[in-house]
Design a protein around this ligand. Structure first.
Ligand code: CIR
Length: 255
């Protein structure tokens, strides 16, 4: 599931970046390529209409956590993003039973890394212990463990670490302690490419941001099939690759 780029993206939330002009058409072109790559990899892309008044609404990942059994609509840490929920909720209703993170909890999907039955939640400026507590209750009977982990220096947990296979994580060790994610193998980003840990793993392929070729090379050296995707304009809005989609199994749909 994706959503078109808002014409207001230039007014996006920024935490670690200085504001610079964002070219909406270039952003749309990059986003279109991203969707095409997902289709080429066998995904059925459900493209939601853009939201002209919601600058960050292309970053659908933050609004829901979709597990096989349930989808959890988040309560985004940035107040300006809370209006993004209603349309995502409507779009997910046909696919999953829905649950919600409720006030005072805050949670961005970018802070939620699901690795098989382990759910890690980044304790960032956007997600808190109260959301972790609620999430634990929601998944209590589903066999998941939920663990809050400290992140530093980056926006979200998935800025610092994402999965590239069932047991291997790509990590920037400056932003998170690998010891907080026990039982996994790690590949480190190239030290000159701080934001490179955010990759999208689909089937047998890992999509990485074209701005980070050295990390891409590390992944291919480790035996992964990789594909670069240009997301440089989206990056000016502090968005990375995972943020632009919610990827889940939809057995109720024809492929
Ligand atoms: C924000 O600050 O909320 C947006 N400008 C960027 C969100 C990126 N989302 C993500 O990494 N999951």
């Amino acid at each position: 599931m994706t959503r078109g780029v808002s014409p207001a993206i230039g007014h996006c939330e920024l935490t670690h970046l200085e504001r610079e002009p964002i070219d909406v058409e270039v952003t749309r072109a990059q986003h279109g390529t991203y969707e095409r790559v997902l289709r080429d990899l066998g995904c059925q892309v459900e493209h939601l209409a853009e939201e002209p008044d919601l600058p960050d609404s292309v970053f659908v990942e933050d609004i829901a956590v979709v597990l096989d059994e349930v989808a959890i609509i988040t309560r985004p840490g940035a107040e300006s993003r809370r209006g993004e929920r209603s349309s995502i909720q409507r779009a997910l209703e046909p696919h999953r039973r829905l649950e919600h993170i409720r006030a005072p909890g805050i949670l961005d999907g970018g802070d939620v890394l699901v690795v098989q039955k382990d759910i890690y939640v980044g304790l960032s400026t956007r997600s808190d212990d109260e959301a972790v507590r609620q999430l634990k209750l929601i998944v209590a009977d589903l066999g998941y463990t939920v663990t809050g982990v400290e992140v530093r220096g980056c926006l979200h947990l998935k800025s610092a670490v994402t999965a590239v296979s069932e047991d291997t994580l790509l990590i920037n060790p400056d932003w998170i302690d690998a010891a907080d994610l026990p039982g996994h193998a790690f590949i480190q980003v190239d030290p000159t490419e701080r934001s490179a840990a955010n990759v999208v793993w689909v089937g047998d392929t890992v999509l990485f941001a074209a701005d980070f070729p050295r990390t891409g090379e590390r992944l291919s050296d480790a035996g992964f099939r990789t594909l670069p995707v240009d997301a440089s304009e989206l990056a000016k809005a502090e968005g990375a690759l995972t943020c632009c989609s919610l990827i889940f199994e939809a057995p109720d749909r024809n492929a």
